[in-house]
Design a protein around this ligand. Structure first.
Ligand SMILES: CC(C)(COP(=O)(O)OP(=O)(O)OC[C@H]1O[C@@H](n2cnc3c(N)ncnc32)[C@H](O)[C@@H]1OP(=O)(O)O)[C@@H](O)C(=O)NCCC(=O)NCCS
Length: 248
């Protein structure tokens, strides 16, 4: 079982079927498996689309890296078969709820960067029912503001398109980089607790839709990073709050 998005397929039915039934369903176009514009998204530097089978190689590279997995599960890496199982669960989550994990690709080159998106934190029963936001990037892409940029767009998706009323974000207490991303997004620490299965100490943060609407969506700078293209040198062409899907 993967952590923190453990047991992603057994989402809470009250969230998906009771509270947001129509919104979630309208986001999908079955049975072709193709998604509407709401879920195929772009930021200044990234494309976001629901994870698909062709993301498996990238996900395998992610899950095989001990540094990436350091604060996830018990810190163990995952093999290809386990990662394929996780990918199947992620895709099932999209089918069931109409929201889930996006694969992130660098718009300039199409390279797989990692993922960001929404999941059901069933591994932490005390916070259920809930939806959490999370992120995981290949190491070579760390430190460029990418997780924050992707997450800002996932917040828009969650609150503006899906219609969720709050999100949680859950991290190992020592995962300071992830905590900083949460801070920049305006999440506020709610509680510290322990994941029962792994006995891992975690910090649970929360962002309500009212806070999201009142805030700037990002409290850090995102305008110091490169925008479109292959260059990764800083630029100042994009600022938080600018349109994310206008194709610039
Ligand atoms: C967490 C993760 C997604 C962050 O991605 P990223 O693109 O580097 O994040 P960003 O650049 O948007 O923001 C990171 C912030 O944390 C800061 N940071 C990075 N490492 C840090 C550390 N060890 N301690 C404190 N702050 C740290 C950065 O300086 C930056 O803040 P700033 O913009 O104020 O300078 C990435 O490190 C990762 O994939 N880690 C492995 C998987 C993981 O742990 N996922 C989260 C599970 S809860």
């Amino acid at each position: 079982m993967e952590w923190p998005f453990a047991d992603i397929g057994s989402a809470d039915q009250r969230i998906s079927r009771g509270k947001f039934p129509l919104t979630a369903r309208r986001l999908l176009l079955p049975p072709s498996g193709r998604y509407r514009d709401e879920v195929n998204r772009e930021t200044a530097r990234l494309s976001l689309r629901p994870v698909e089978v062709d993301d498996l190689d990238g996900l395998c590279r992610l899950n095989a890296d001990p540094q990436v997995m350091r604060f996830i599960l018990d810190g163990s890496t995952l093999g290809r078969e386990q990662t394929a199982d996780r990918l199947a669960a992620m895709r099932e989550h999209w089918r069931e709820h109409g929201y889930g994990i996006f694969a992130l690709r660098w718009r300039g080159t199409g390279e797989f960067v990692g993922w960001a998106g929404l999941a059901t934190p069933a591994f932490l029963p005390e916070v259920m029912p809930a939806v959490e936001i999370g992120w995981r990037l290949l190491q070579q892409w760390w430190g460029m503001g990418i997780a924050t940029e992707a997450a800002v767009d996932v917040l828009r998706f969650a609150f503006d398109d899906v219609g969720l009323d709050q999100l949680l974000s859950i991290r190992h207490v020592d995962n300071d980089a992830s905590g900083r991303v949460m801070d920049k997004l305006g999440f506020q620490t709610d509680l510290r607790t322990t994941v029962p299965v792994y006995e891992q100490p975690v910090s649970v943060s929360r962002l309500a839709v009212e806070q999201y609407r009142a805030g700037p969506h990002c409290r850090g700078r995102l305008d110091r990073w490169p925008t479109f293209g292959t260059s990764r040198t800083p630029t100042s062409r994009w600022t938080p709050g600018s349109p994310s899907r206008d194709g610039h």
